[in-house]
Design a protein around this ligand. Sequence first.
Ligand code: GLA
Length: 713
Amino acid sequence: MKYIPTFIFLILFSLTAPAEDIKTYDDGKSWTLFSGVSAYNIRVRDNAPAELYHFGTAARDFSLQDKAVGPELPVRGGHYVCRPVAEVVFNDGVRDLELEFVKYEIDRTGEYPVLVLVHKDIHYPLEIIEYIKVIDDYGLYEKRTEIRNTGKKHDVVIENLQSGNFYLPKDQYEMYSLTGHWGDEFQPSVTLLTPGVKSVEVKNFRSFGSSFFAVRPEGETSRTSGKVWFGTLKYSGNWRMDFEKFTTGEVQVASGINFWDQSMTLKPGESFVSPEWVFGYTENGMDGVTGSLTGYTRDKIVHPSHRGQVRPVLYNSWYATEFDVNEEQQLELAGIAKDLGVEIFVIDDGWFKGRFNDNGGLGDWTVDRTKFPDGLSPLIRKINEMGMDFGIWIEPEMVNENSDLYRAHPDWVLHYPTRTRHTYRNQLMLNLAREDVYQYLYRSISALLKEYNIKYVKWDFNRGISEPGWPDAGKDSQRTVRIRYVQNLYRLYDALRAEFPDVWFENCASGGGRVDLGLISKTDFCWASDNTDPVDRTFIQYSYLGAFPANTMISWVTFEDHHRQGHPIDFKFDVALCGVLGIGYDITEWTDEEKTVAAGKVALYKEIRETVHNGEQYLLVSPYLSDRSALQFVSRDGKESVVFVYNLAEDLQNSSPETRSSPLITLKGLDPDADYRIDGIEGIHSGASLLNYGVEFPVYGAYKSGIFKIHRI
Ligand code: GLA
């Protein structure tokens, strides 16, 4: 790293006993933020821009000799030191920023304290304000950055504004992230950070992975112990995360909107704020990461309408009837679903005007009268009489050329006049940055939810961006389109959720194509993958649950069986029960025996869901590392725990016993001094023994599973 700190700080900082969340030192220009086991130490020298001195363990004393590790707010300007968080162009063509520190403030008006650092350019009327929230009870911080054009005359163009950055001390690091593609979401990957930059980015609004990362000293960190710096971005458009390893050994981590082919112009008096970047530091290995992020997301990020409520059991008729829907056949499915214990019956694609296949209809959000001559009311009434709520599928951001909407407004899609309008799945993407498009979608969905007793909306998004043109916006605003699109997407969700607070919203994007804290904060749960094969799902769900809480993960039981193993439905149900349960089979074809198994599993789901949805979640055994997978949930009061065990292979008869892994599984999150009873296993178990020695769950053979309830005595 070329950054050469010149300042020797004159005050002795002792950080061993964090007494406050944000400590301001006597000089009024140094702060330590304490969160969980970490300390984040920032200082300002004279009026020079703030610098980061330490981010890591709080169990450390600062000395007179401390040196800065990097600028807290690196910008394009002056000497190159590292990746800039802010890059702007002024009206006269100057592209450098030169900042000075102005003031700080500690904002205590919200649930968590926020350190606000204000910098301004030394010449031009521009301020950059950094907000660092300290979320001590989850060991997290949340950063966002704002640029304000404080001038009266000229525009300023933002060419890049990241949410924030931090630095890691010199060491050898590896970076863990979740990537993937359709049908194979959230696949873990680990890479060594060598000198240079490792970037993970989204360019078309779809990731099938996530902006979640974990950086740890190479080879030293395990699931249960060791240092990890981790985080994720609260954003659903194009995002990026960059890990720059300097040749001197330190690492800079930065994340925010991906400004590739994007820019924002600020008129005098305007400001732009980045999305929030949540990050933290733990000394409890990947378990510490999972605990912090999933706990925070579940308790504070998931949309407040249903936060804390257990999630319903859904039936979705997509796999049973696809586009060919009518009242009679939906009622037949609903009658069976009700007997199984289903709580919400959802009609997927196919119910709206002109939707006979994926060639037409998208955009026209009224009921198709050839399929439902009397509208949806008679169907919904009968479903409600059965004791179930009713839900519906929409894909509001898309349009088919074969639709009334497109015929009336061909200019409402993202396009360039001289370029091909590329379709995907026969659809074009509406330009939601436009106010008329926003208003149309708001009116259509709101009218639908007002007219019908709809309690569940599955909001799909089945293609990525192409031709991001907005001819009407004029040349200067062209590159704002993706950012304004996401702003209006969030605004649309906000408006609908405020108007219909008891409706559940599902976030779907051809499976898990858009799972992030941004949309998790607007919805109740996400469809993790279109891949519903139970074995593939075991992998996808294990990774998903390492970063996101179980109450946000919808999992269906369907006919899919990619590996042709003929899995019985009890195995499929066991896989789906560790999230939000849905049934997607053509249940008219189920035998009585299958219906009995299904009803039993639905009943079990209702028994354990308080613990699964609202408890702490732990990953016990990784399917990526062994031939089985195990997950555990512990209720908030510690009285109940639920363990899921999935066997994915059988020990071959001739394999040598000494190479097989231990049948014991050690548990987590229990009280070592308490005693426990495990349903299905004889005897009383001490917490210490379950935590340290483990227990052999009686699940044997390939594709066999078990769900075990554990009770504190
Ligand atoms: C996407 C979704 C599916 C289903 C179809 C309907 O593929 O991921 O679950 O809703 O669209 O067209």
